[in-house]
Write a protein that binds this ligand. Structure first.
Ligand code: ARG
Length: 460
């Protein structure tokens, strides 16, 4: 038996050092050892059930694989670069443990279906933790929302103050974004959950295998349909990377707001010191590095999505070695996104809010002009366009006289229309404005409390 069981006897020379270096993926794919062993055990059980190997051989193989799993878990093995990847490392360990019976395990399969099965299992297993991290983020955002249904802050469009909203309303927007991330992840896993094992190299096999059996053992919903497609398909990895990218885009948008809000001109929040850094020269600095790094990290995550798309773009069916890089890309992206999620969750847990400053920012910015226009429609039978035009004139008048809308007297307002009364003036109040946004999904404390109930039921 050659050192590397996958090196066929047709090739007389050993691979050069350089080929060995570029070809070896063990430093990356060792992370799939659990999945590789699980899939191999399922395969061996199926081979025995189908009488392709006998019961005794099955037992030897399964026990040997279980022992290898323990040894790897206990850190008792050294993985070898010259054995290329995790699949060949495990097969070679099996030879050492049980002798030549190990050679029967690779009946009716190829590394092509083996690797794609392991990879799917790895993504499926790790998506559970990813979902947990997303849920934790939602949990803290909902906690903040619960405490802040009546705390007002400016809502922006074009980053210009638009209308008053509550801090809860803002947090619940993030909860929805994260909720869609979770459902996208679930969709991706659902579509991925078909078992490629038994597709062999690309053409299927002449052994009488039972692919439904292996699929069931590995908790896939069914076997994949076409062997050629099964070993070439990396759509699931692209989709997973897209899910990760969108999560990171959402985190990046949150991070951007945290960066803005912590800026001295906003001063809406106090950054936790544990998530800020100082400067090496300016003693007064407290920089939002945690958030900046999350925002920055989104760039490599998006590039990784592109990287896999570019790998696939020119590949003919079926397997080509270019595909080996898929795991490096997915694993590092996954790690980055998990870290970013944890950082943002800690950030939200420790941030404190300057409610007074946020409230001042709303009341100093004529953010209730729309509420006044709505009053004209509801009380003086204006069409919305007429009300909008008249209110615009009033805002211009206030600006010219260095006043804010709420500082205008009734007399001044009545110059624009005799029927404007004290009730109209009330619409300039920020709290009134908030209270009145009672529509479904709106920012009134009443609506927001409903949204919180809905979010708890749906997500937690
Ligand atoms: N390490 C390889 C990968 O990750 C395993 C598949 C090898 N298949 C082959 N035909 N050489 O893609």
């Amino acid at each position: 038996m050659k050192k590397n069981p996958s090196r066929n006897t047709y090739l007389k020379k050993s691979p050069s050092k350089l080929l060995e270096t570029i070809n070896s993926s063990i430093e990356v794919d060792y992370r799939m050892y659990n999945e590789d062993i699980e899939a191999s055990i399922a395969h061996a059980k199926m081979l025995a059930k189908q009488k392709i190997i006998n019961k005794n051989e099955e037992k030897k193989i399964v026990n040997g694989l279980k022992l290898i799993l323990h040894n790897i878990n206990d850190g008792k093995v050294s993985l070898k670069k010259e054995l290329e990847d995790i699949h060949m490392n495990i097969e070679s360990m099996l030879f050492k443990k049980i002798g030549k019976t190990a050679g029967k395990l690779h009946t009716a399969r190829s590394r092509n279906d083996q690797v794609v099965t392991d990879f799917k299992l790895w993504i499926r297993n790790n998506s559970i933790n990813l979902d947990k991290l997303l849920k934790n983020l939602q949990k803290i955002l909902i906690t903040i929302a619960k405490k802040n249904t009546a705390v007002v802050m400016p809502g922006y469009t074009h980053l210009q103050v638009a209308q008053p909203i509550s801090l809860a309303h803002q947090c619940l927007a993030y909860v929805e974004m994260t909720g869609r991330d979770r459902s996208r992840l679930a969709d991706c896993i659902k579509r991925l959950n078909e078992c490629p094992l038994g597709s062999a190299a690309l053409a299927g096999t002449s052994f009488p295998i039972d692919r439904n059996f292996t699929s069931k053992l590995l908790k896939f919903s069914k076997p994949t349909i076409n062997a050629l497609d099964s070993v070439s398909d990396r759509d699931f990895a692209v989709e997973f990377l897209f899910v990760l990218s969108l999560i990171c885009i959402h985190l990046s948008r949150m991070a951007e707001e945290i960066i803005l809000w912590s800026n001295q001109q906003f001063n809406f929040i106090n950054l936790p010191e544990e998530l800020a850094t100082g400067s090496s020269i300016m003693p007064q600095k407290k920089n939002p590095d945690g958030a900046e790094l999350v925002r920055g990290r989104a760039s490599s995550v998006i590039s990784n999505l592109n990287a896999l798309l570019i790998i696939l773009k020119g590949l003919p069916l079926a397997y080509s070695k270019d595909l080996q890089d898929d795991k490096k890309i997915v694993f590092s992206t996954f790690d980055d996104v998990c870290l970013a999620l944890e950082v943002m969750t800690e950030m939200w847990t420790k941030i404190t809010f300057n409610a007074k400053i946020m409230a001042e920012a709303v009341s100093n910015s004529n953010s209730t002009a729309t509420d006044f226009a709505n009053w004209l429609v509801q009380n003086l039978k204006f069409s919305f366009r007429e009300a909008f035009q008249l209110t615009g004139k009033i805002v211009a008048y206030a600006d010219k006289n260095n006043k804010k809308l709420h500082q205008l007297t009734l007399k001044e307002l009545q110059k624009f229309n005799q029927n404007i009364n004290l009730n109209a003036k009330k619409t300039f109040s920020v709290d009134e404005s908030l209270k009145n946004k009672k529509s479904f999904g709106g920012t009134s404390p009443q609506s927001v409390k409903q949204t919180i109930k809905y979010a708890i039921k749906k997500y937690l």
